[in-house]
Design a protein. Sequence first.
Length: 442
Amino acid sequence: MNFNKIGLQVPEILLPNENIDLHKWSVVACDQYTSQPDYWDEVKETADDAPSTLNVIFPEVFLEDSDGDERIKNINTSMQEYLDFAVLAPMENKGFILVDRKTSQAPSRKGLVVAIDLEQYDFNKGSQTLIRATEGTIVDRLPPRIKVRQDAAIELPHIMVLIDDPEYTVIEPLFSQNPKELYDFELMMNSGHLKGYAIDTPDLIQQVADALEKLASPEVFAKKYNAENKDVLLYAMGDGNHSLATAKAIWEKIKADSTESEMDNPARYALVELVNIHDEGLQFEPIHRVIFNVNPEQLLKDMHSHFSGNCSICRCGNSDEMNKRASEVANINNVHVIPFNDADGYGYIQIENPVFTLELATIESFLNDYLDQNGGKVDFIHGDGVVHELGVKEGNMGFFFPPISKDSLFKTIIFDGALPRKTFSMGEADEKRFYLEARRIK
């Protein structure tokens, strides 16, 4: 069943059979803990040779290892085995899954697992489609992800897509309908608790579609955002931007070789979790940067030159002093303040009259070209603690960024377009989506 007007498909969702230990089955999104292989070693130890989504994903911490092709081959083999031996089996009916996630930071974060139409998604700059990226998509980063997905029999989503539903009309009312429980278990690595419920009756499916259609009404949209001449944005990417872009790229390749009658190929759709941006359990966190293999002092000198005298570098005695002084300067109009750390300690960068709205965009306007020309590697870090740990090591440098307001996200995307890549995160690393549900894509 498809609701084309709102880019929605009612999928056949696959779940682990009743004999599977879900604590061992479910692991965190593959793009987390990318500088912490020890985390993934502990995940492997916890899974302990049991059926696990660890066997059907490619943790990005290992993307640059030499055994990538062998790992992908094993992923595809495990996927097929999980299908052949009914480790994964379809839900009783096609439908959605209502989820309730307890995290280390929130007692409840609600979501709805659905399939969305990749025909109504465009990750390119200036997109006006129903489904849009919230941050810049780096096309050069898609090939390794395409390599993982292109021969995969199933998809397992860590993608979270936002809807702007201030009246709580789509997801929240479903909990009062006494839906059938599908799972209820503790997540590994002290990452909280997960419950899931079947939304698979015609009336509840229609209830979801009707509420989404109202949000997508051009009249409602124009009034909400004061956007008379703008195309409707219903779904905005939250997490998993490059994963959805990968699915889109593969679908475009398949579509080029398809006939009109083959347009309902399962690869046209992608399984995602919808989350209301107004959910109290959803917190926006900044994504920091740690730079490896650089000379921090030279980098700061070159940064000062790049910003033509509008940049000053202030050293501080410790992180507390850095935070105090940086917060005081941040209250000055038309100034960007970016705290940093390196092997010599802590400080902050003050840039006057910045060209960009966001501090991250200001720094990246220098940093991207600098690393291309001088070498060095950047990693995207969730949580201050990891930056404090990694940034102070010799040859490293960390940058701390403030969070973006989730209340202004949709309007920003509508009027300004996508934000710089990895601008924000929905929660800390351990709050990210854990793999559980699957769907056939071949």
